[in-house]
Design a protein around this ligand. Structure first.
Ligand SMILES: [Zn+2]
Length: 252
């Protein structure tokens, strides 16, 4: 396989702001806690909720695949999980989000999504609040079973509205001819997510988020090899104007 040159890395940091409660399901430990049947994912070291990078990446990829109208295929045996994957090095989705091909023509993801942890302010806020569970609330949903018409009450654990997480997304620049379009694809994915939802129960009010951009930095190859300075961008929070600004960062 051909080696991929690294021309530089773009690092975007900021906050994910919860505009409604967020439920990202954790693994069922088999311990029923107060009748809680839908626990959220938590960091086992400090019990704090977090947003796995894989959840953010998976959702943004899925939304971007749909707007690009890409062909989907099953990636599990049951055929429940569908996504687009191909080995075309020019495919807007696969070159950015990666793909695994049976013929060994893997496209490594150009995007890295770090896990997002509670920011300091939110951590303190939640610690001083009387919440149903540590750092979270329980939302009771009285769903009606559509077949039996019986009430089917369930408890969904959510991280409350207003909480902020620190996020970090890193893009590896491998091809200067792709840079502009890749950044536009990334920003499109972020904007789509703002008008969609993260995690579970989105159609019932969960998972509306907003990105607040705090820092955008481009580290070209010589940042790493020769200690050259990186380039930082003035940012004002929103993502709308971001792609033009970022594309300008490597023009000199
Ligand atoms: Zn593809």
């Amino acid at each position: 396989m051909e080696n991929k040159p690294v021309l530089g890395k773009l690092i975007i940091k900021g906050k994910i702001v919860l505009e409604t409660g967020l439920h990202i399901g954790g693994t069922d430990t088999g311990i029923a806690i107060g009748g809680l049947d839908n626990p959220i994912v938590r960091n086992p070291l400090n019990n704090q909720p977090y947003i796995p990078g894989s959840s953010l990446k998976g959702k943004m990829r899925a939304l971007f695949e749909r707007i690009q109208n890409k062909k989907l295929k099953s990636i599990d045996k049951e055929g429940k999980i569908k996504r687009h994957e191909c080995s075309d090095p020019n495919c807007e989705v696969c070159r950015l989000y990666g793909s695994v091909d049976k013929d060994g023509k893997n496209l490594p993801s150009r995007l890295i999504f770090r896990d997002s942890y509670l920011d300091e302010e939110s951590k303190e806020m939640l610690e001083n609040m009387e919440t149903d569970m540590p750092y979270s609330e329980i939302k009771s949903e009285n769903a009606i079973n559509r077949i039996t018409a019986q009430a089917d009450p369930r408890n969904i654990e959510r991280i409350p509205k207003g909480v902020k997480f620190d996020f970090e997304i890193i893009y590896t620049n491998e091809n200067k001819d792709h840079f502009k379009e890749d950044i536009e694809s990334l920003i499109t994915s972020m904007r789509l997510l703002e008008d969609d939802y993260l995690g579970g129960g989105g159609s019932r009010g969960n998972g509306k988020i907003r990105f607040e951009i705090k820092e955008v930095e481009y580290r070209s190859k010589d940042f790493y090899t020769e200690n050259k300075e990186s380039k930082k961008l003035e940012v004002d929070g929103g993502i709308e104007e971001l792609s033009n600004k970022i594309v300008g960062i490597i023009k000199d």
